[in-house]
Design a protein around this ligand. Structure first.
Ligand SMILES: [Zn+2]
Ligand SMILES: [Zn+2]
Length: 392
């Protein structure tokens, strides 16, 4: 069934006071300040179905995390400065903070609760902007991610008997989710990201396509630095529909990190909201075509807090709400947040929801060609493995 364009629906949005607690400190790039402009833009566009994220139980966290790691997080959450004394090595990009366990457990709980609402049939589409902490590993924190909320939601759906398609559009490889489901034939993970040759976490190459008993259920499309709308979207359009057709998922989970955007300060892709909106629409069609609309979308990375992140959240929400994208952002919203943006030395919220086409510079032919070969190789590798496994 195709998504209806006339009937408007209210997607469930996971957000509430606990969302603001996930905070590594004022200097850290992943800032809860993004919720102010982000959530207010959704509200200005008409979002009114919010669910605060509940704290997840430790038993649920153990679906994807080692008990010893959860204990370490709890300990550092209580004594954030005592890491060296307690024998914990430095946590690098993930500095422990007071209440870290509760904050991370709320992010995880948000994605899990949204998934449960979808499984129960209370919601068809759900969006968790604060979710998408895709780097967290079973036994360690990584890349601003303490607990892997998306993996937890995926595991919950899998345990309910679903075939899960996970699509990761963040500029960084979705390594934590991939690792957790590496040998799981019931979960297909597809990650589009800037190549690990140029960017954290340095993994996610075409040849990495799943454990021997789950070949083809991890798919990696590493793209060249400088990749812009044309070849990014071409890769998504080549790989996702073909693999959805081959794999026949019954539920869709996605991660929409806005750090692919050309304004993002932490990475080197040059994607704009034009291509991101097309990708969201494509994923929406996949959800309806294969999964009766069951779709949990999450936010993820994104460090241009006023100019980029809110618009990416808005286009995901508008897509889930079956709404046309307005040309412009609401003037009151822009006025309200441009002052705070200036105070934090950030660019203000822009006039246009969708970036002008000329913002994405034309890509060199050689780059387009390399990306095309990468996407074709990733697809071929996965299709071959899926065919072999269904023939066996
Ligand atoms: Zn829909
Ligand atoms: Zn990222």
């Amino acid at each position: 069934m195709q998504p209806s364009t006339t009937a408007s629906v209210q997607p469930l949005v996971v957000f509430g006071p606990p969302s603001l607690l996930y905070d590594f400190g004022v200097q850290h790039p992943l800032t809860p300040r993004r919720f102010g402009p982000g959530i207010e833009l959704l509200e200005a566009l008409g979002a009114d179905r919010f669910m605060p994220p509940p704290e997840v139980s430790e038993a649920e966290l153990r679906r994807v995390h080692d008990p010893a790691y959860i204990s370490s997080v709890r300990m550092l959450s209580e004594y954030p400065d005592a890491g060296p004394m307690l024998g914990f090595s430095a946590w690098g990009d993930d500095p422990p903070f007071s209440g870290m366990h509760e904050a991370a457990a709320a992010v995880a709980g948000g994605s899990l609760a949204a998934m449960e609402r979808i499984l129960a049939g209370d919601a068809c589409h759900a969006f968790h902007p604060g979710g998408g902490l895709h780097h967290a590993m079973p036994e360690r924190a990584s890349g601003f991610c303490i607990y892997n909320d998306v993996a937890l939601a995926v595991a919950r759906a899998r345990d309910a008997g679903h075939r899960v398609l996970y699509v990761d559009l963040d500029v960084h490889h979705g390594d934590g989710v991939e690792t957790i489901f590496w040998d799981d034939p019931q979960v297909l993970t597809i990650s589009f990201h800037e190549t690990g040759r140029a960017l954290f976490p340095g993994t996610g190459f075409v040849s990495d396509c799943g454990a021997p008993n789950a070949r083809g259920t991890a798919v990696n499309v590493p793209l060249e630095p400088g990749t812009s709308d044309v070849s990014w979207l071409a890769a998504v359009e080549l790989v996702v529909p073909a693999l959805a057709a081959a794999y026949q998922p019954t539920i869709l989970v996605t991660q929409h990190g806005s750090d692919t955007h050309l304004f993002d300060p932490l990475a080197h892709l040059r994607v704009t909201t034009l291509a991101m909106a097309r990708a969201a629409a494509l994923l929406h069609r996949v959800a309806h075509q294969y999964a009766e609309g069951r779709w949990l979308a999450t936010g993820g990375g994104g460090y241009d807090v006023y100019r980029v992140v809110p618009r990416v959240w808005a286009l995901v929400w508008l897509t889930q709400a079956h709404r046309d994208l307005p040309l412009e952002t609401p003037p009151e919203w822009r006025a309200r947040w441009s002052g705070e943006a200036a105070r934090f030395d950030q660019a203000p919220p822009p006039l246009m929801l969708l970036d002008p086409p000329e913002l994405a510079a034309p890509e060199p032919e050689s780059l387009v060609e390399r990306n095309r070969q990468t996407a074709e190789a990733a697809l071929a590798c996965a299709l071959r493995a899926i065919e072999e496994s269904t023939a066996a």
